[in-house]
Ligand binder design. Structure first.
Ligand code: NAD
Length: 89
């Protein structure tokens, strides 16, 4: 867990996002993906939804900042133990 990279992909169900997840999903990475399906499609990410190192959130990132950050509390790992204290949102 300690040496894993945390990668945040916005628009993960879109064209570029779904290509990124295809390239980046590996045991070395934890991917946090966000999309509101406004333009994206579930079919682009359905093969990854069961992956234990992929966490998907159906969220509209244009909403207020508090809404953007609330969902991070639900991610089941401890950022500090991963040495990511310097990581700022
Ligand atoms: N290579 C190809 O076959 C191909 C096909 C189509 C498009 N393209 C190119 O891809 C580019 C577009 O790709 P893209 O990935 O930037 O766009 P995209 O529209 O494919 O993806 C954007 C994603 O962001 C999501 N999104 C938008 N607003 C959001 C919000 N407020 N909160 C959360 N999610 C939100 C959308 O639902 C969508 O899934 C264009 O340049 C286009 O020309 C290439």
């Amino acid at each position: 867990m300690k040496n894993k990279k945390i990668i945040f992909i916005t628009g993960v169900a879109g064209m570029l996002g779904s290509e990124l997840i295809k390239k980046l999903l590996s045991p070395k990475n934890i991917i946090i993906g966000v999309d509101n399906f406004k333009l994206g499609k579930k079919k682009f990410i359905k093969n990854y939804l069961e992956a234990k190192n992929f966490h998907f959130f159906n969220i509209d990132l244009s909403k207020k900042i508090i809404h953007k950050l609330k969902f991070l509390k639900n991610i089941p790992f401890d950022f500090e133990s991963m040495g990511t204290q310097k990581f700022k949102i």
